[in-house]
Design a protein around this ligand. Structure first.
Ligand code: GCV
Length: 673
């Protein structure tokens, strides 16, 4: 095999305390014995027990109540009663006497239960006395791959696609291992092609590809994962021979109805479509003077008879817009485009909203659509692929960022509604909600380019399952499942992960300003470089200060898109959280921050500190030599050195730029080039 299995590598644990409880396996699933998910659950469990504990268990099948008489070992049981504490995907694990019972209502629940047990054993945790009910907090837990059919991946930093090559679909061992990997952390849906649907990808929804897609969908189904596809809104024109793709045109509607019918003939459990429209050059309903509700509803109606979902992205903005006059603001675009459509969507439409109003910067406020929309299904979109956060060269553990987003209080309801409440469906009693991550995987040996970037993939799944887990818990779980259980290894990697986001933020763009990256690649510093920033309006730096005035009083008015008291909090420079100061306000270089430092001194200091902290990370990593597998050590070491180079370049470029702009010297007289 030319790749590893990330956290499913399963190292042997000597002297595991509860081995005696795990030496037998009884399965009671009655007529569902041949259900592929159940078979996979059993296989995963037996494989893990063999590798982690060296136990060879053989599986005994029993009927109905017979399992009550089993007195030793693991019991997997499909419940046929109405246990209201367990949802369709949930499970219970109960350890009493000499048995460990995993109970669920579905094969999928049993699979998740088995992976839970494996996770505990793999971390060396005791299962004695365990009594837990686990239900996912979010119904949709999805990955979005930005894989193109030529095998490239847009914003991919881990090699090539393992789904596509030369306009063909790849199906191999890796397809199943991918399913195992993501199911093991509870992911239940995936979109395998890029939201920018070009060329051959437009034809994915035709018979040219549907046979192979069915094979993939079946492999995924064995792990409880639904296959979704990104579609091209102009497909009726590009491959259907129609003159338009107007959603209100009957010919277009019929074309999509036929197309969807055909898809479901091949793939009865097909999940649905993901659509990027009217954004960054992609076609959409605006061409015909129609709304995004018109576009989304047309597709949703085609999918509805089969139970399919239509996921429509809110990342809609005009990348060419000129906002020198402060009237237009990219940050306002998603809200402006969608807030008036609240309540106008079919119930199988789900709006997918990026965590911030801009585009996956290292620091952004939460999108005001969360808290704004009240009658629409929503998915929170985050980016595990680190486009603007180090591109899987620089380490940046993103779970703490996502936790902040989830915990954000939107004040949408009198008794409060956090983003987690909204995307879980709790706030408005919705079902078709959840979380999606732009995936960070590729065909690299370790799947994620940087070995430590796998923590983001693992963490996304765990967080989407249970938004209440802490960043620390997730990091520790992942480390223990991935690395040898040595205190120094665990502590060092934990410390690196936990400080990686703040450190990355320090040496890149300050206080929420964002961007300042090389055009096209989006890696490395270039203050005026970002391709859509033609007038310096993304930072508005001049000789006196920098930052974008987004207040209602004197700026773009973006702050007014939030509910109170958030709107006032951001509007007022005194109450605006400092980490977002420059996102919301134009601030003079001599403005005093709460630390007592001037803005310009803060910029200098954080950039020096950030680079120094990366130097320390490199030293700490080098201290792990001999304690972790050599190949992992070397791969990461190489990346840490690149990160160091990057951090120093950011430090120097940013400090020099602002020194030259402001003419203010560093109080500490450090060298600024
Ligand atoms: C898939 C950013 C990225 C694009 C990406 C886009 C999106 O602009 O740079 O590569 O396109 O976001 O989310 O659609």
């Amino acid at each position: 095999m030319n790749y590893n299995q990330c956290w499913l590598n399963y190292s042997f644990i000597e002297n595991y305390s509860d081995k005696d409880l795990l030496t037998e396996l009884t399965v009671c699933v009655n007529e569902n014995k041949n259900d592929i998910i159940i078979q996979n659950a059993i296989n995963e469990l037996t494989y893990a027990l063999k590798n982690i504990l060296g136990i060879n268990v053989s599986c005994e099948y029993q009927d109905g109540t017979e399992t009550e008489k089993v007195t030793t070992g693991i019991i997997l049981k499909l419940l046929n009663d109405d246990n209201s504490k367990i949802s369709e995907e949930g499970y219970r694990i109960l350890q009493t006497g000499k048995t460990v019972r995993i109970e669920a209502k579905t094969g999928q629940g049993l699979l998740y239960g088995c992976f839970d047990l494996i996770r505990r054993i793999g971390q060396g945790l005791s299962v004695r006395g365990l009594d837990i009910n686990e239900n996912p907090k979010n119904n949709i837990r999805m990955l979005n791959h930005w894989d193109n059919m030529d095998g490239s991946i847009e914003r991919g930093y881990s090699g090539k696609s393992f789904f596509f090559e030369n306009d063909e679909i790849l199906i191999n061992e890796r397809t199943k291992d991918y399913a195992r990997l993501i199911a093991s952390v509870g992911i239940n849906a995936t979109v395998i092609n890029n939201v920018n649907v070009h060329k051959a990808a437009t034809e994915l929804i035709t018979e040219r590809y549907l046979g192979k897609l069915r094979t993939i969908a079946d492999i995924f189904a064995g792990y409880g994962i639904k296959l979704f596809l990104s579609i091209n809104f102009a497909a009726p024109i590009e491959i259907g021979g129609l003159p338009v793709s107007d959603p209100l045109d009957e010919r277009v509607q019929n074309w999509w109805n036929d197309c969807v019918k055909k898809i479901y003939e091949y793939i009865p459990n097909f999940g649905g479509f993901l659509v990027k429209a009217d954004s960054e050059g992609r076609p959409g309903p605006f061409t015909y003077g129609r709304t995004h509700a018109d576009g989304a509803n047309m597709l949703a109606r085609a999918l509805k008879p089969y139970g399919g979902l239509l996921i429509w992205r809110c990342f809609v903005y005009n990348c060419m817009q000129d906002w020198r006059d402060y009237k237009t603001d990219r940050a306002k675009a998603a809200y402006d485009n969608f807030i008036g459509l609240d309540g106008k969507f079919e119930d199988n439409v789900v709006l997918q909203i990026k965590n911030g109003p801009m585009d996956f910067q290292v620091r952004e406020p939460v999108s005001p659509l969360f808290g704004g929309l009240k009658n629409t299904n929503m998915i929170l979109e985050v980016q595990a692929a680190q486009e603007y956060t180090g591109q899987q060269i620089d380490v940046c553990y993103l779970i703490p960022m996502w936790k902040e987003v989830l915990n954000f209080e939107t004040y949408a309801k009198e008794d409060g509604a956090t983003v987690a409440d909204i995307v879980s469906g709790r706030a408005y009693n919705q079902i078709n909600c959840g979380m999606a991550a732009v995936s960070n995987t590729g065909n690299d040996f370790n799947w994620t380019g940087h070995d430590l970037a796998a923590a983001n993939l693992y963490g996304f799944g765990r967080l989407a399952w249970n938004t209440e887990l802490t960043s620390e818990q997730i990091a520790l779980e992942w480390i223990k499942l991935t690395f040898p259980h040595k205190d120094k290894v665990i502590k060092t990697i934990f410390d690196i992960l936990m400080k990686s986001w703040p450190v990355y933020e320090k040496y890149t763009s300050p206080l929420g300003i964002g961007w300042m990256v090389n055009p096209g690649s989006h890696y490395g510093p270039n203050v005026d470089g970002y391709e859509y920033d033609r007038w310096g309006t993304y930072h508005r730096a001049d000789r006196n200060g920098l930052g974008v005035d987004r207040t209602v009083r004197s700026g773009t008015g973006y702050a007014g898109q939030y509910n109170e008291p958030n709107a006032s909090m951001y509007e007022n420079i005194e109450t605006c959280p400092e980490e977002l100061l420059l996102f919301f306000h134009y601030v003079r270089y001599d403005y005093k921050l709460k630390s007592g430092k001037t803005l310009i001194q803060h910029i200098y200091d954080t950039h020096f500190e950030g680079a120094e902290e990366v130097e320390k990370m490199v030293r700490d990593w080098e201290d792990l030599k001999g304690l972790i597998p050599d190949d992992v050590y070397m791969r990461c070491r190489e990346r840490f050195y690149k990160q160091l180079e990057n951090a120093r370049e950011w430090r120097d470029r940013i400090n020099t730029y602002f020194y030259r702009k402001s003419g203010v010297k560093d109080e500490k007289n450090r060298t600024i080039y």
